[in-house]
Design a binder for this molecule. Structure first.
Ligand code: CU
Length: 564
């Protein structure tokens, strides 16, 4: 049984226990004992479920095993004892039995509340050591100094009616086009990007998703800078260190801004330049109800001669994971989240499930027949590569089987990531009633708390940090630590058997337990959040903060900075 099915079963059993014990109380004088025994059976099944869950990950069921179910069983034992006593001919003790039966129903309700309201670890517990954010170094000191030679780019945010290739017009917010222009750099080049804002009244910033830039260039409103309002500018500067596929987007009102179009791709090519052949960047997005792959809401056609090397850079800029599929050619997955995989092998008939915010680079040699890229749930869009402009392509098809990156490629030693962990922390993701932005809501919680009331993970420069991320909710959480890639240690207790996996956006699906490690080598105050930005704005954000770093910026009530 899958872990998420067990979580669902536990919820159903919890509700059932309350109902059966309440009914036993109502029927105390007649069939009460039979119903009480049914209630006991429900509790025993719930205990078994909780024990299996705890075996999959202690944090998935800790409060059920230690308090919730034992409390129910204790009340059940008392109630059944009193009920047996009340069966004597004089029927004394029936009132006491009835009270005990209601108490058993109450105990099961308390157990449900422990799980569904209090959560685990039972309060807004710290995500790490609790130090203050104050210190000698400001995030504004953590900038790239001006250097001699830079590649200059200007991006101006604006509201814009965009006519898509289908003729459909969308009201977008853009960095000049939809998507924004693809920025490119060679390894070693320094990009200098001047952000302007024509008329986005809520303000904008630029965040470089997946690039480990200096903290002051990270573009998080209220943490690393103030939002840029109409007429203002902000200059970002960073050296391209790692070749790969990245993307940029606003991190001020990100939930609305990205959805409306404030995003674009960023490609870093090796210092020697791009490899020969066709190299296409394909961010996938939905604006309103219209799906866009690359720059079109239709099927993009490219004429590619047979034997040409092809690289496709898939970027999921949405809130949900998305499955992509290539038909007509076997391919290799060259890189995930901008980091090359070791020993990639040829694949076919497998869909690629890309997390929200994630990137997959595919490579293949163009065959003599057409090749089609399809996106599940977006049939009208896609990519068709063929030798001639009018060739008919293969049917868009998305296989059932999904690529598993944890068993792909070849293992390789990872220098610098072994040894004692300096910081070990557990992040429990859940959905609990809390106050968010001053209003009661069914929040997306981290260790029972909501942002900004979640203590940061505190690290010192050089620390080796281990994070255990447990998803107790029924939704997928694409966790995105800024400024660092994490090395995947295990998923549901299993270590990857293939290539080392370095990710900046890892999809923690319902019931999953991920263990990841990072080397604290980029000082600052870094966001770490769910990249389903609906979830981020419902509380699922926290900081990875280096001791001694402070920020002069703020967000929250009274501030115009709204990072999520
Ligand atoms: Cu989430």
């Amino acid at each position: 049984m899958t872990t998420v099915a067990l979580l669902g079963l536990d919820l159903v059993l919890g509700l059932l226990a309350v109902a059966v014990w309440a009914y036993a109380a109502v029927r105390a004088g007649t069939s009460g004992l039979r119903w009480a025994l049914a209630g006991l059976l429900v509790l025993l099944v719930r205990l078994a479920t909780a024990l299996v869950l705890a075996g999959r990950g202690w944090e998935l069921a800790a409060e059920r095993v230690t308090v919730g179910v034992p409390l129910g069983l204790l009340a059940a034992a008392v109630a059944i004892g009193l009920l047996l006593n009340a069966r004597r001919p004089d029927r004394t003790g029936l009132t006491a039995a009835r009270i005990a039966l209601w108490s058993a129903a109450g105990a099961s309700a308390v157990s449900l509340a422990l799980t569904g309201v209090v959560g685990y670890p039972g309060g807004p517990g710290p995500a790490g050591h609790d130090h203050s954010h104050s210190g000698g170094l400001s995030v504004t000191d953590l900038r790239t100094p001006p250097v001699g030679s830079v590649k200059k780019v200007e991006l101006v945010a604006r509201t814009q009616g965009v006519t898509l290739p289908s003729g459909r017009v969308v009201d977008a917010w853009t960095f000049g086009s939809l998507p924004g222009p693809t920025l490119t750099a060679l390894v070693g080049e320094t990009l200098e990007v001047t952000l302007g804002n024509r008329d986005i009244t809520g303000g904008v910033t630029l965040h470089w998703h997946g690039l480990s830039v200096p903290n002051g260039e990270d573009g998080v409103a209220g943490v690393t800078q103030d939002a840029v309002f109409p007429g203002e500018t902000f200059v970002y500067r960073f050296r391209a260190e790692q070749p790969g596929t990245f993307w940029y987007h606003t991190h001020q009102h990100g939930r609305e801004g990205i959805a409306r179009g404030l995003y674009g791709a960023l490609v870093v090519q090796p210092a020697a330049g791009a490899a020969a052949g066709v190299d296409l960047v394909l961010p996938f997005h939905t604006i309103g109800t219209t799906a866009i792959l690359g720059g079109t809401d239709q099927v993009q056609r490219e004429v590619v001669a047979a034997n040409t090397p092809v690289r496709l850079r898939l970027v999921n800029t949405e809130q949900q994971p998305r499955r992509f599929a290539l038909t007509g050619a076997a391919f290799r997955v060259m890189a995930l989240d901008g980091v090359d995989l070791n020993g990639p092998t040829e694949l076919s008939d497998q869909a690629l499930r890309i997390p929200a915010g994630g990137r997959y680079d595919l490579a293949f040699t163009m065959p003599a027949h057409p090749v089609r890229l399809a996106v599940e749930g977006a049939r009208q869009t896609g990519l068709l590569l063929a030798g001639t402009a009018d060739a008919a392509g293969p049917e868009a098809r998305v296989p059932k089987a999904t690529f598993d990156p944890t068993t792909y490629g070849s293992p390789q030693p990872v220098p610098g990531m072994t040894g004692e962990y300096d910081v070990s922390t557990t992040i429990v993701l859940d959905r609990l009633p809390r106050v968010v932005h001053g209003r009661p809501a069914l929040a997306q919680t981290v260790n029972g708390g909501v942002y900004p009331d979640i203590p940061p993970i505190m690290v010192a420069e050089g620390d080796l940090v281990r994070m255990r991320v447990v998803n107790r909710s029924f939704e997928t959480h694409p966790m995105h630590p800024h400024g660092h890639h994490v090395l995947v240690l295990s998923v549901n207790g299993r270590a990857p058997t293939g290539s080392p996996l370095w990710l900046d956006t890892f999809d923690v699906q319902p019931g999953e337990v991920w263990e990841v490690a990072l080397r604290a080598d980029n000082p600052g105050i870094w966001m770490d959040h769910c990249h389903n930005l609906e979830h981020a704005s419902a509380g699922m954000m926290f900081h990875l903060a280096y001791a001694g770093v402070s920020t002069p910026f703020s967000h929250g009530p009274g501030s115009p900075n709204v990072p999520e």
